[in-house]
Design a protein around this ligand. Structure first.
Ligand SMILES: *Cc1c(COP(=O)(O)O)cnc(C)c1O
Length: 640
């Protein structure tokens, strides 16, 4: 008892924060308070902070159950301002005689409240939007009412898309049609003739810059989008012939998402800068250089050129873009372009936090069973092994335990061992494993045999999470993306367990088993002992980009409840918007089932059962009530 007390007292909230690298990936938005709760500073300053645990409690009091997606609108705004301020500083630092005007790629998060808030907060920066489909174009045309903001049109474009963009100029919008495929040029020429008006035109270049990382194939000769150098040359000639060269105002490139290594970006900038210069020299008016997205997020806080990190800061990025573009253009005495970025991940990631609860914990059954009078030999052998483990014989004892377990299994198969004794044998084997793993912690990892080192993960706990990773963190499954994942309370308590998470789906891929580890990946996370009846809340952070829209309905788990939080003037928070999670009826309809019809069929089936005397009316009623109530409830595990 005493030692347990000592262990607990020996650990502070700061230790908890350090363990999970909170400072490295969370600053300036997330920190910890003395009670061991995660604290959110939505506008990046400690003056206004919210206790995340109290916030989740407050939201639950409003009858919104977990899992819960919390959007902090102030964080979104802060990130947007950070990006713009970084470019402003860079422009000043390098005395850049031009300006910066960013756009947000809608595909990163199309959620209405988020986009509305972004357009509003971006107004003073003339911040615009980037779209890649007709539906996104519709959103952007309708939301983006600032005549100075740009609307960059990427993606495949048919005639209607192009005509829509041309006509929208008369509404005071500024769409730039970026030619991504050679044949789009012909549709632009045709549409301009039909409408007697020309669009603002951009060209996306296929750069040859070396590619790295997960999205490396976004560049190079085989890239999906963009014009190769000969195609760019042809496009310029065709535009000249069609009298449209005067509308060519933008050069675009995009070297893929989550650029980890700034050196890759610099190469691309130099190449694109030269293409820009050439286009001006070929007689295009130009004016905009769009460096695309890819500004990365330091998910693990290691500040390295690894997949979950970046070896540069926001300011480094802005400095490099501004300095490289300036150098390129000045050496050819060309007017400096307005610089456009299409950063999505870098703007949207921090603003959402996903909170889920743990429903229970599964671990190996390692209790030591009581000794009975006459025990089979294998059970006695295992007891003997357990009693004799010491630091000097870990490997030997583990080999013995495995051998005796194997013996027990053979005896069981042949009918010599009953279920109760086989259970004892398994429990004792796991007890040996636990004891060995415990002693192994006193020995340096390098001195341990592989078998023994692997024991810890064999013994690790499975924490059952009220969540579908396919719905709420699809990139963890699809591309092995890492996010910071940690408990949002009990950080002042030493986590004594190792575990990973299994989600609600019946899919063995439905798990969270890769965690950040300072530039590396670990498969087990330090967690607290789960206490039955007490909430254990886990947060998945930095998931504001791409996760919401890419999530799917696997096993028919729908969207979670979500809320938009704003700081009030007095430092309190306000729940600005509530977006209820999908109900069971909604996910059924999404697959074209008619919930009413499903119910009616079951009602008829229960009437038949009643008439056959297999079901009493009261039970039939109960069954129908359960079904009806479930239809109107969210798809996740509900308390009580
Ligand atoms: C996806 C995409 C972006 C956004 O990339 P991030 O890595 O989120 O900044 C920008 N531009 C284009 C053309 C894209 O396809």
């Amino acid at each position: 008892m005493v030692s347990q007390e000592l262990i607990t007292n020996n650990w502070t909230a700061a230790d908890g924060a350090a363990l999970y690298g909170l400072k490295q990936w969370g600053e300036p938005y997330f920190s910890v308070n003395a009670c061991g709760h995660i604290v959110v500073q939505p506008n990046g300053s400690v003056q206004h902070s919210l206790d995340l645990v109290e916030l989740v409690q407050g939201i639950q009091d409003r009858n919104l159950s977990l899992p819960l997606l919390i959007h902090f609108d102030d964080i979104l705004e802060h990130r947007l301002n950070q990006l713009n301020n970084s470019f402003r500083k860079a422009i000043k630092k390098y005395d850049y005689a031009g300006c910066y005007q960013g756009v947000f790629p809608v595909k990163c998060n199309q959620q209405r409240h988020l986009l509305e808030h972004l357009v509003e907060s971006g107004r003073s920066w003339n911040f615009g939007l980037e779209v890649g489909s007709k539906a996104e174009l519709l959103i952007a045309l309708s939301l983006l009412d600032n005549p100075k903001a740009l609307l960059i049109c990427n993606g495949y474009k048919d005639q209607r898309y192009i005509e829509t963009a041309i006509l929208a100029r008369r509404l005071g919008r500024q769409p730039v049609i970026v030619i991504e495929q050679a044949d789009e040029l012909y549709r632009i020429v045709a549409a301009s003739r039909i409408l007697g008006a020309s669009p603002l035109i951009g060209i996306r270049a296929k750069l040859s810059t070396r590619s790295t990382g997960r999205w490396g194939s976004s560049v190079g000769e085989m890239a999906k989008f963009g014009l190769a150098i000969p195609e760019i040359k042809t496009a310029v000639e065709k535009l000249r012939e069609a009298n449209l060269l005067n509308s060519l105002c933008l050069l675009h490139f995009h070297i893929g998402s989550q650029i980890s290594d700034i050196a890759v970006l610099k190469d691309a900038l130099q190449e694109a800068g030269q293409i820009y210069v050439q286009l001006v020299q070929l007689g295009a008016p130009m004016g905009y250089l769009d460096v695309g997205g890819g500004l990365g997020i330091d998910y693990d806080g290691s500040r390295t050129a690894t997949a979950a990190s970046t070896n540069y800061s926001l300011q480094n990025y802005a400095n490099d873009v501004v300095a490289t573009v300036k150098e390129c253009c000045l050496s050819h005495s060309i007017k400096l372009p307005t610089i456009i970025t299409e950063s999505g991940r870098a703007i949207a990631s921090h603003c959402s936090v996903l909170i889920f609860n743990v429903l229970g914990v599964g671990s190996v059954p390692a209790g030591i069973p009581a000794i009975a009078d006459k025990e089979p030999l294998t059970v006695c052998n295992l007891r003997h092994t357990l009693a004799n483990i010491n630091c000097g014989n870990l490997q030997e004892m583990w080999n013995d335990a495995l051998k005796f377990k194997e013996d027990a299994l053979s005896a069981f198969r042949l009918g010599y061992l009953d279920l109760a004794d086989r259970a004892k044998a398994e429990q004792l084997t796991w007890a040996c494993a636990e004891h060995i793993a415990h002693l192994a912690t006193h020995i340096g990892a390098a001195d341990l045999p592989d078998d023994i080192r692997g024991l810890q993960s064999t013994l690790a706990n499975t924490y059952y999470a009220n969540l579908s990773v396919f719905r709420s963190a699809p990139d963890t499954w699809a591309i092995g993306q890492l996010f910071p994942i940690l408990p949002i309370h009990r950080l002042n308590e030493r986590p004594t367990q190792l575990g990973s998470f299994a989600d609600l789906t019946c899919d063995s891929d439905g798990k969270l088993a890769r965690f950040i580890d300072k530039g590396h990946v670990k498969s087990l996370l330090e967690l607290h002992k789960y206490k039955e009846g007490e909430p254990y809340w886990i947060g998945l952070f930095l998931g504001g980009a791409y996760q919401e829209v890419m999530g799917n309905l696997h096993n028919l788990f729908g969207t979670t409840n979500s809320v938009h939080i704003r700081l009030g003037k007095d430092g309190n928070y306000k729940v600005d918007h509530v977006v209820k999670g999908n109900t069971n009826a909604e996910v059924l309809k999404a697959m074209e089932h008619d919930p009413e019809l499903l119910l009616e069929r079951l009602r008829i089936a229960s009437e038949v059962a009643i008439s056959q005397g297999k079901l009493i009316v009261a039970d039939a009623q109960k069954l129908m009530n359960h079904l009806e109530t479930s239809l109107s409830q969210i798809t996740y595990h509900l308390q009580g």
